[in-house]
Every structure is written in structure tokens, then in C-alpha cells.
Design a protein around this ligand. Structure first.
Ligand SMILES: Nc1ncnc2c1ncn2[C@@H]1O[C@H](COP(=O)(O)OP(=O)(O)OP(=O)(O)O)[C@@H](O)[C@H]1O
Ligand SMILES: [Mg+2]
Length: 385
């Protein structure tokens, strides 16, 4: 049925882009897509890249990995690191996308699964927007296709009345589709993906046709293994994926590096002033989060209880960003203990009873005794009262 393919293929990206840009030109978007924010890096990489590219890939696997991990090109262009972590993880993820197996990014909340998925799609296909957001209410149509009901009622089922899902568009255009939070999707709806991933086709029985995936198509799914109310991934579906587990940052330095980079980027997009002396506070937030997460102080001497929240790197980033906004609007622009204390309290105390006890114990046993942490202790006491 080659005819089907070409008809549905004609649903081109330019159409989606112009649609989106009517709503928000990407220079004005609050959060531009990765391919727009880092367009100059992607362009420089494409120009410098002389390695073989899999069909319909914008870059070679090497260049995609460089885009994610950062580096300096021969022409001097600096590629900023997007993902900070083991190189091998990125290499395995990129390589998977060049095979016939899909990629599943798994990990606890806030380990950059969504972030990595977006950047991979941007680098491989130049488009990270072919996205299905998984929820408990995600219907099959979100993965397969839906109908334009006005057209359907007027003219019956036809190609014009068919509304392709992001997955269907990715298949017909040979692009990367993304499914966020795969395990939140009800099991029977998840199973829709089995045919897509193993047969590389999506039947449209109403039209007696099918959409076949063209070369270049692949899919990245993310799932976290911590949240409640989550459906299992059926083993049939799991076998269609290569699973890559994203770890928490290995060392405090790595985590401080991740937080400062992201805070700087986010701060710039919110027009917050730079906080040259903010690094001390970032270190402190990261230390508190890691110690509470690990149940042990950095020096390995004191055991502490862990609260119920995840205290992820992502939460550390938002605590510091909020602190910077406080410092900018109500302080002297320098990030101080008082600007992050309330944010830390909010992240730690999720369960008002149990977590509050954990926090008080940590404050008194660890924070109070630590050299140079007097101001921070006082600020925390103030907001905890
Ligand atoms: N190792 C890392 N390298 C770079 N950025 C990181 C890293 N870990 C976390 N981040 C940052 O944390 C933020 C949150 O990440 P993201 O939303 O992708 O997490 P997630 O794993 O999808 O979490 P969730 O399970 O809650 O959906 C991003 O801004 C990302 O930049
Ligand atoms: Mg996510």
C-alpha cells in the first residue's frame, strides 16, 4: 500500500511548526524546545560532522553523543554538556536509537530522563515535539490516531478525516517519537506500542490501510520506578526496548555542577541577575539533599533519617532558582541562606508529621554543629518554627 504511506507522510513538519509558531514564536516561548535553544550548536555539529549518519539522522551517532556530553569542535565552537554523567550511558542510548530496538530511559524522579529524551530527539531528528505525555487517562488514539469528527460525519472515514498521533507522524516521516511516563499509561493502551515496535506498522482498519514506519523512525520512552499508582510494563513490551538506567549524580561535585549549570540557564531565561557568590549556597543545598537521601553525613560519621520525598537533583535546581528569584526581588541580589531555607523545608517536609521530625533532628544534630553553617542554621530555624 505505498499510496497510503505517501498520503499520510505529506503531513509535514513545516505544518506543525507554523501552527506552533502562530501561538508562540520560539524566541518568545517561555521554554523553547531543545532544537531551538541549541540551534547554533546543532548547526555547528552538523557542519563539522563527517562520520556516517544513519538514514534520516541529522547527525552521526558520534555527533549526537558530543551534543549531549559537550566538547569543543575543530572550528572552536563550544558544545555545552547537556547531560552530566557516565559517557557510556549516552553512547548506549544513542546506539540503541540506530538499531531496530526502542529506547527506555528508566530511573528515579529527577534523573534527567525527560531532559535526555528531548535532547536525543532534537539531535537525531531535529524535532523533539513528537511527544505523547503518558497519564492514567491516555487513550489509544493518543498513540495510534484519532478522527476529525466534523469531517468524519460529513464524509465518512477518509485520509483527510484521520488525525495522526505523534507516533504515527514519526513513523511516516522517519523521525524520533517520544512517550513520557510510559508506565502511567494503562496496560492495554501501552500494548498498542507492541505492533508499532515489533512490526513497525500501524494498521488503520477503518480505511483498510496501514502506515508503515520508514527508516529513521524510533521511539524513546521514559518511566520512573518510584512513583505510586504506576502500571507495570508488560514483559512483551519490555522486550521491545533496550533499557538504560539513569543514575543519581555519583559525587557531590557532579551534582553541584549540574545544579549550577541548569540554574544559570533557567535564570537567564527568567532574566534573573547572575549570582556570582551563589555557589556556596548551591553546595549547601546539594549537601543537605545528598545527606538526607543517603541517610548519612558526607564525612560518613553520622547516620540521619531519610524523609519521604525524593530530594532529586531536579528539586535542588528549583530550590536554588526560587532562592535566586527571592534574592533578586527582595534581597540584594546575592543568594543567601535565607533565600534557600524555605525551599529546602518545602522539599524535605512532604509529610507534615513524620518528615518534620526527620528535618528537626537533622537540623539539630548535623546543621547546628557544622563549621561555617551558623547563618544557614539560623535561617532554617526561622522558617521551620
Ligand atoms: N545528570 C544530569 N545531567 C544534567 N542535568 C540533569 C542531570 N540530572 C538532573 N538534571 C536536571 O534535572 C532537571 C529535571 O530532569 P527531568 O525532568 O528530565 O527528570 P526526570 O528524570 O524526567 O524526572 P521525572 O521522573 O520526575 O519525570 C533537568 O532540568 C535536568 O537538566
Ligand atoms: Mg520526566
Amino acid at each position: 500500500m505505498p499510496e497510503t504511506k505517501s498520503e499520510i507522510t505529506s503531513e509535514s513538519r513545516s505544518e506543525t511548526t507554523s501552527e506552533n509558531s502562530v501561538d508562540a514564536p520560539h524566541e518568545q516561548a517561555l521554554r523553547p524546545h531543545a532544537e531551538d535553544s541549541f540551534a547554533h550548536e546543532l548547526k555547528a555539529l552538523a557542519a563539522a560532522d563527517d562520520r556516517p549518519r544513519p538514514e534520516r539522522w541529522r547527525l552521526s551517532p558520534w555527533a549526537v553523543a558530543t551534543y549531549l556530553l559537550g566538547g569543543t569542535l575543530a572550528d572552536g565552537t563550544v558544545i555545552t554538556p547537556k547531560y552530566v554523567g557516565p559517557r557510556r550511558i549516552v553512547e548506549v542510548a544513542v546506539t540503541t536509537l540506530a538499531t531496530d530496538r526502542a529506547l527506555l530511559l528508566l530511573g528515579v524522579p529527577g534523573t534527567a530522563k525527560t531532559w535526555v529524551s528531548e535532547h536525543l530527539a532534537a539531535a537525531v531528528s531535529g524535532d523533539s515535539t513528537l511527544l505523547v505525555q503518558g497519564t492514567a487517562g491516555t487513550p489509544e488514539e493518543a498513540i495510534r490516531y484519532g478522527w476529525n469528527y466534523a469531517q468524519l460525519l460529513a464524509n465518512g472515514p477518509s485520509r483527510e478525516a484521520l488525525v495522526p498521533s505523534p507516533v504515527m507522524r514519526a513513523m511516516s516521516q522517519g523521525m524520533t517519537a517520544r512517550v513520557e511516563e510510559l508506565t502511567r499509561i494503562p496496560a492495554d493502551v501501552q500494548d498498542t506500542l507492541i505492533t508499532v515496535l515489533s512490526e513497525k506498522t500501524l494498521p488503520v482498519p477503518e480505511l483498510g490501510q496501514e502506515v508503515q514506519a520508514v527508516r529513521g523512525f524510533n521511539l524513546i520512552a521514559t518511566a520512573n520506578d518510584r512513583d505510586r499508582g504506576v502500571n507495570d510494563l508488560s514483559s512483551a513490551l519490555r522486550r521491545r526496548f533496550n533499557t538504560v538506567v539513569l543514575p543519581l549524580p555519583a559525587t557531590p561535585e557532579e551534582e553541584v555542577d549540574i545544579v549550577s549549570r541548569r540554574v544559570e540557564q533557567i535564570g537567564r531565561s527568567l532574566d534573573l541577575p547572575d549570582a556570582p557568590e551563589g555557589l556556596d549556597e548551591i553546595r549547601r543545598v546539594v549537601t543537605v539533599f545528598r545527606e538526607l537521601r543517603d541517610g548519612l553525613t558526607t564525612d560518613g560519621r553520622t547516620k540521619v533519617k531519610s524523609p519521604s520525598g525524593t530530594l532529586s537533583t531536579a528539586e535542588a535546581i528549583s530550590v536554588v532558582t526560587n532562592g535566586l528569584a527571592l534574592a533578586a526581588h527582595f534581597g540584594d541580589g546575592v543568594l543567601r541562606p535565607g533565600d534557600v531555607a524555605a525551599g529546602i523545608l518545602g522539599a524535605v517536609v512532604r509529610d507534615p508529621a513524620a518528615d518534620r521530625v526527620v528535618w528537626q533532628e537533622y537540623l539539630e544534630a548535623v546543621v547546628r554543629e557544622r563549621d561555617g553553617w551558623k547563618d544557614f542554621y539560623r535561617a532554617c530555624r526561622e522558617v521551620s518554627a
